[in-house]
Every structure is written in C-alpha cells, then in structure tokens.
Design a protein around this ligand. Structure first.
Ligand code: XMP
Length: 429
C-alpha cells in the first residue's frame, strides 16, 4: 500500500468532513468511520498511522453518550481525542488549529504526506482485487461522473471481470449514450452491454403528466431493465456502485440523521442482492473528478454539469411526447454548444432548456404557425439549496434564440428564466 492514513472516528461531530479535507490538504489520506468500528474492520484498513476521535454535539445518541469501541483503545495506535471529556483543541481557527493538526499527524503519528491520485488509484486497485478475487462484478453505467469514474477504476483493477450495463432510457442528452459506448467499449475495452430501452420507457410514460409519478416510473423501470440484464448473466457476485462520500453523509450516519435516502441501484429483489464494491465512497466530488482525469476519462465526462437521474424526462414538462422530447434534446445541445464556445460552460453551475406543453402563434415563411416554446435556465449555486441566475450576455441569448428557432423543429419562441431559487427551483418540475 502506497499511502498512509489517518482514521477519523465519528463521535458526533458535524465537522468530520472538514477535518478529513484539512488533513488531505496537508497531503495525508483520511477516512471517516463510525465510532464502533470493530477490531476486524480496523485491522483491514491499510496503513493507519493514527486515530482521531472527533466528538461533538451529537455524541449523545438515544440518551447514551457513545464512545469508541474497545478495539480502538487497545489498537496501540496514537489516538487524539478531540473533544474527549470536554477538551476541545480544534475549537480554535486558523494557524493554532492547523498546528495542532500537523503536530498530531506528522509529529505524533509520523505520517508521510503521500496522498495523491496516483497512489490512491494504486491502493484502490489492490483493494478491489483483494475484495473481488476471481469473481465477477456488475455495474450500472449511466455515464454520469460517479458511475463513469468507478467504471474506469474497476476496468483498471479487474478488466473483463467487470460487466457494465448502460440503459438508454431515451431521456439522456444528445450524444450521451454514444459517448458512453465510445469511451468505455471502444477506448477502454470494457465489457459493455448497451440496452436500448427507449420505446419501453416512453410507452410507460405516455400520458403521465404528474412529475413525481414520472420520476417513480423512470426509477422503477430502470430497476426492472437492469434486473432483467443481471438475470441473463451468470456468476455475478458483486455490484459496483459510484457511491461517494457526500452520498453517505446525506444518507445519515450513526450520529447524524439522514437528509435524504441515497439510491444508486437500490431496490433490486432479494435474490439479486450482491455484495457491494464502492471504491469512491471516501472521496469528495472534486476528488472523484481528479480520479477520473487520472484514469484518462475525457473532460466532457469528468466535468459534466449535474444532470438529474430522470434526465430530460423532467424537462419535457407534463406528459412526455416524442416531438417535444426531441425539441428539448436539440435545444439543450445548442445551448451547451454555445455556452462551451463562449466560455460559460466551465463557469455556470447548471444550464439547460425545458419545454412546456404550450404552443403559441408565430410566423414561419410568411404563414401563421402554432409551435412550442423553449425555456433557457442558467443558474449558479454552491449546494443546490439556493441558486442565482447567471447574467448571460444579451447578444449571446439572441444568438442562441436564433439558432434554436431556426434549427429545432416545431419551436418558434425562446424564453429566459430570470427566477432565482427560491422562489423557483432549479428544475421546472
Ligand atoms: P431543484 O429543482 O430541486 O434541483 O432545485 C436541485 C438539483 O437537483 C437536481 N434534481 C434531481 N436530481 N433526481 C436527481 O438525481 C431528481 O429527480 C432530481 N430533481 C432535481 C437538479 O438538476 C438540481 O441540480
């Protein structure tokens, strides 16, 4: 194993992620684990140089003050109890704080600053091989950042013991299914099953206008298609998942209640419950992107803007029809191309088009034409809880409007959404 590790045990501090990132910024890899880690789990973690017991306001769980397990105290490793029995050496901010951390990490623990992406990848490759042995792994590869990076890492580790399944539900952006096939099957040599489920999804969604029902149908159908593919394969023991650390935080820990439940490919039936391989689960989003770059994935995949699981399904507003779905896909492609050309792609957090179920009168080739309108949304945010609208230059908006009304069939108007969140959400439904 190439890198040293400082282990942070969660004793109810909301600051664990911050502390983990501070130590990583000093060049030392960290992992956060529950307070009751067992002796076996502790022994399985490679190169642990020291343990921080990070207590905090959530230390009392169900009326009982929690403490680290006996295995921790008898491990013989250096231990720093940050709020243990009332002392709080990390309460300070700035240079005192940094020195306290450095003294423990480099002084007491003698850890080396050897955390970088190449070492992380080398260690994960070894850990994945150890976990999987000669067995087979299945992965749902959507083409999003997390599943793409986990696929690339698994390919590096176990090659054709991995089978990827890419379900094209017809709600992806222009060119995305083709890119997944090109990058993974053709360039990386992956075992990739491409499932064209477009008709199946659109048939299920026909006439359904309620957004939550649309989301449920898309989620449930995805599980069904994936399950069918999994049943056709033999000898699969593991399921790869692109779980990342923020997913774990949002799902709740033993000391912090869930914000929302995390769903990757949850919901598979009992007889298809595989053991999970989740090599990114200790990484933050920017580190996942760095990992993807180090594994050779293209920037367009690694720096992809957030895209909702139900995809264009929640941007083709109301009941989805094929003509409006194509119009939203084409207009979104034009918007992305123009933002890219004009230096906005790397700057704006999320930008897309939506198409309401609304026609208005217009003129085309001298004749009255009732056609759809398209809405442009471009927002910036830190956590997606609130958002501000990007001040897109007016001439660029006019240029994009011209292109959309000329190039996208059935669209005669383009609107720009000026609404921050709140009161508008980022998506339209
Ligand atoms: P809203 O519309 O709630 O969106 O302001 C906040 C962020 O969440 C994304 N979003 C979703 N992502 N499944 C997802 O995976 C969904 O159903 C979904 N709905 C919204 C949205 O794109 C934005 O980044």
């Amino acid at each position: 194993m190439k890198q040293d590790m400082i282990l942070i045990l969660d004793l109810g501090s909301g600051e664990n992620p911050r502390l983990a990132r501070e130590i990583r910024a000093m060049g030392v890899y960290t992992e956060i684990h529950p307070h009751d880690i067992s002796a076996g789990e502790l022994a399985a973690l490679p190169n642990v140089k020291g343990i921080i017991l990070n207590g905090g306001p959530n230390r009392v769980v169900d009326g009982v003050e929690i403490d680290a397990s006996e295995a921790v105290y008898t491990s013989g490793l250096p231990i720093w109890a940050v709020d243990h029995k009332g002392s709080a050496p990390l309460a300070a901010e700035g240079a005192e704080r940094e020195k306290a951390i450095r003294d423990f990490v480099f002084g007491t623990c003698q850890a080396e600053a050897n955390w970088n992406m190449d070492n992380f990848i080398a260690d994960q490759v070894e850990l994945i091989r150890r976990q999987v042995g000669d067995k087979k792994v299945l992965l749902a590869l959507s083409g999003g950042v997390d599943s793409s990076v986990v696929a690339a890492l698994l390919i590096r580790a176990i090659g054709d013991q991995l089978t990827c399944v890419h379900v094209n539900h017809g709600l992806l952006r222009k060119g995305e299914p083709e890119q997944v096939v090109r990058v993974f099957r053709e360039e990386m040599g992956a075992n990739l099953i491409y499932v064209d489920a477009v008709d199946r999804f659109l048939d299920k969604l026909a006439g359904v206008s309620d957004p939550e029902r649309k989301r449920k149908i898309i989620g449930a159908e995805f599980i069904r298609v994936f399950e069918e593919e999994a049943r056709k394969l033999e000898g699969i023991s593991f399921l790869g998942q692109g779980t990342i650390y923020p997913d774990i935080i949002e799902s709740g820990t033993k000391t912090v209640k869930a914000v929302k439940s995390h769903h990757n490919v949850g919901g598979l039936p009992e007889d298809l419950k595989f053991e999970l391989v989740e090599p990114l689960k200790m990484l933050f989003k920017d580190e996942v992107r760095a990992c993807g770059k180090a594994l050779g994935l293209p920037d367009s995949m690694v720096y992809r803007q957030p895209f909702p699981g139900p995809g264009l399904g929640v941007r083709c507003l109301g009941a989805i029809t094929r003509d409006r779905l194509e119009a939203v896909r084409e207009s979104d492609a034009i918007l992305r191309e123009e933002f890219d050309k004009n230096g906005l792609a790397g700057k704006v957090w999320q930008y897309f088009t939506a198409i309401p179920d609304l026609k208005s009168v217009g003129v085309r080739e001298g004749r009255r034409a009732d056609e759809w309108c398209v809405i442009i949304r471009a927002v910036n945010t830190v956590d997606a809880m609130t958002a501000t609208v990007e001040d897109v230059p007016f001439p660029l908006l006019q240029h994009i409007t011209g292109r959309i009304t000329r190039e996208v069939k059935g669209v005669n108007r383009v609107l720009f959404d000026l609404t921050p969140k709140p009161t508008g959400t980022i998506e339209w439904e």
